[in-house]
Design a protein around this ligand. Structure first.
Ligand SMILES: Cc1cc2nc3c(=O)[nH]c(=O)nc-3n(C[C@H](O)[C@H](O)[C@H](O)COP(=O)(O)OP(=O)(O)OC[C@H]3O[C@@H](n4cnc5c(N)ncnc54)[C@H](O)[C@@H]3O)c2cc1C
Length: 438
C-alpha cells in the first residue's frame, strides 16, 4: 500500500532516543512526523530488566526535560498523573528504577499517535527528492511505502559477542537475554561463568549471586586489571555537555580516535555502589570463613571456548600480566561484552547519498546528518566516533534532539546552551585566564 502523505521527518526505531525526538517534535505543528519500530510496543532492554536496578543517569534524562522542562511529557508530569509525585519527592533519589523509566516511556508512547509499532523498515530508495520507505507489518506481513523529506536513524546498537565464541551453542548467552534464561541457568547450571567488566556483567553477576542455591558455583572474569567504577566525579561529568561535544567534534578524525581510546573508565566500568554491594554480599557469605563458592579473576582474557564436550564448556583464559594460560569449566557462559552499532541493511539502496570518513564510517556532520546535502539523513547513537561517548548517554539525548529539530526548522525552536562547563576544553575559543595589566 502506498501512502500519499509526504512527511517532513520519519524516524526509524523507537528506542529512548527517537522517542525523545517524537516527544519534542510533537508540539511543532509545521512538522509532520512518523516514527516506526519493528517491536510490538516500547519495552526497554527487557532481558536486563532486573529487579531494583536503576538508571545510571538522573531522571532529568527523560524524553523532554533537558530541552523544555515545561513539556507535559516530562517524567515529573508522568509521576504527577500517576499519583506518584509525593512518593518520588520523599524517596529523594535522582536515579529512578529502570522499570519506572520503562513505564514512563510507555506512557509517552501512549500519547504520541505518530509512533507506530510492529512495522519493520526493510528498504529505502530516493526518488524525486523524497525518501520512499518500504515497511513490512511484522504480524500481517502487509507492506507499505511511506514518503519523507528526511530520515532519522534511531535503530540503536546490537548485542556483541566476539566471533571466536561459539554463540550458537545454547549454553552460551549474551547478558541482553539473561532474564529469558535465568531460571534455566539456576535450575541446571552448577557452574556459571560471567565474563565482562561493564555494568551489565556486574548486574548479572550480582543477580545470580543473590538468586543461586548453595550448590551453584559462580565465576566472574574481566580483562581489565581490576573491576573499575564508572567515573562520576563532577568535573568529569562536565564532559557530558554541549561544550565538550563542540570540542570533541573539532578535534578531527585521528585525534578523536586517540581521545576515545583514553576514555574507558569514564564511559565504561561499573556503578560504584554496585561494586560495593557485590563486595558486601560476598562478605556476608563468608562470615565464619565459609566458602562463598566463587571465582573472581581480573586481568583475564578469554581466548577460546571449547564446546566439544556435551558435559561442560572449557573456557581458555590468559592472565594478561602473568602471561599465564589457565582453564575453567562452566555449564553456562554469560557474555557481557557490550553492544556494537551495525549499519541497518535497509540503507543498501541509498548508500550513494551517505558520506563516509577514511575508515568507511559515517562522516557525521556537526548537525548529526550523514548525507552529502547535510540535512536529510540524521543519526542518533551512531556517532561516537565524531561526537564522543556522549552519543550513548540518555542525559544528552534532548540536546541532540533539540539540535536536530532546530536544524530542520532553520531556527532555534529549542534553546541550546553553548557553554555550561566551568572548565575550558578548547583554549583556542576560551582563554582560561584574562590578561591582567600590571
Ligand atoms: C541494560 C542497559 C541499560 C542502560 N542504561 C542506561 C542509563 O541508565 N543511562 C544512559 O544514559 N544510558 C543507558 N544505556 C545506554 C543507552 O541509553 C540505551 O542503549 C538506549 O536504549 C539507546 O537507545 P536507542 O534509541 O539508540 O536504541 P534502542 O533502545 O536499542 O532502540 C532501537 C529500536 O530500533 C528498532 N529497530 C531496529 N531496526 C529496525 C528496523 N529495521 N525497523 C524498525 N525498527 C527497527 C528496534 O526494534 C528498537 O526498538 C543502557 C543500555 C543498556 C543495554
Amino acid at each position: 500500500m502506498n501512502n500519499e502523505t509526504i512527511y517532513n521527518v520519519i524516524g526509524i526505531g523507537i528506542g529512548p532516543f527517537n522517542l525523545g525526538l517524537a516527544a519534542l517534535s510533537n508540539p511543532i505543528s509545521e512538522l509532520k512526523t512518523l516514527f516506526l519500530d519493528q517491536r510490538d510496543g516500547f519495552d526497554w532492554h527487557p532481558g536486563l530488566m532486573i529487579d531494583h536496578v536503576t538508571l545510571q543517569t538522573p531522571f532529568l534524562c527523560d524524553c523532554v526535560s533537558m530541552a523544555d522542562p515545561t513539556n507535559p511529557l516530562s517524567l515529573l508530569n508522568y509521576l504527577k498523573e500517576t499519583n506518584r509525585l509525593y512518593k518520588f519527592f520523599i524517596r529523594e533519589d535522582f536515579f529512578i528504577p529502570r522499570k519506572e523509566y520503562n513505564r514512563y516511556c510507555q506512557w509517552v508512547v501512549s500519547q504520541l499517535p505518530q509512533c507506530r509499532f510492529s512495522t519493520q523498515v526493510v528498504d529505502i530508495v530516493y526518488e524525486d527528492g523524497l525518501y520512499l520507505i518500504t515497511t513490512v507489518h511484522t504480524k500481517t506481513k502487509e507492506t507499505e511505502v511511506f514518503k519523507t523529506e528526511r530520515l532519522i536513524l534511531g535503530t540503536g546498537t546490537q548485542p556483541h559477542i566476539p566471533s571466536f565464541i561459539p554463540k550458537e551453542d545454547s549454553r552460551i548467552l549474551h547478558t541482553s537475554s539473561y532474564l529469558y534464561r535465568k531460571e534455566e541457568l539456576l535450575a541446571q547450571g552448577k557452574k556459571i561463568a560471567v565474563i565482562g567488566s561493564g555494568q551489565s556483567a556486574a548486574e548479572v553477576f550480582y543477580d545470580l549471586l543473590q538468586s543461586r542455591d548453595e550448590n551453584t558455583h559462580l565465576g566472574w572474569y574481566s580483562r581489565p586489571d581490576r573491576f573499575f567504577p564508572m567515573e562520576y566525579s563532577k568535573l568529569t561529568l562536565e564532559l557530558t555537555s554541549p561544550d565538550y561535544v563542540d570540542y570533541f567534534y573539532s578535534r578531527g578524525e585521528e585525534a578523536r580516535k586517540i581521545i576515545l581510546s583514553k576514555q574507558q573508565a569514564q564511559f565504561k566500568g561499573i556503578n560504584y555502589d554496585l561494586i560495593n554491594q557485590i563486595y558486601d554480599f560476598i562478605y556476608d557469605l563468608n562470615i565464619d570463613n565459609a566458602d562463598p563458592k566463587l571465582t573472581i579473576v581480573p586481568n583475564s582474557q578469554l581466548d577460546r571456548v571449547d564446546n566439544s564436550s556435551p558435559g561442560h564448556l572449557t573456557l581458555e583464559f590468559t592472565q594478561l600480566e602473568q602471561e599465564v594460560p589457565y582453564e575453567q569449566e562452566a555449564d553456562y557462559l554469560v557474555v557481557g561484552t557490550g553492544y556494537r552499532y551495525h549499519e541497518p541493511a535497509f540503507l543498501k539502496n541509498i548508500q550513494s547519498r551517505i558520506k563516509r570518513d577514511s575508515s568507511g564510517l559515517f562522516a557525521v556532520n556537526r548537525n548529526y546528518s550523514i548525507d552529502h546535502n547535510g540535512g536529510e539523513i540524521y543519526v542518533l547513537h551512531a556517532e561516537v566516533h565524531t561526537h564522543s561517548y556522549i552519543s550513548t548517554d540518555l542525559g544528552m539525548a534532548a540536546y541532540r534532539n533539540s539540535y536536530i529539530i532546530n536544524d530542520i526548522l532553520g531556527r532555534e525552536y529549542y534553546h541550546i546552551e553553548k557553554k555550561i562547563a566551568f572548565q575550558d576544553f578548547d583554549v583556542e575559543k576560551h582563554a582560561a585566564m584574562p590578561t591582567v595589566k600590571i
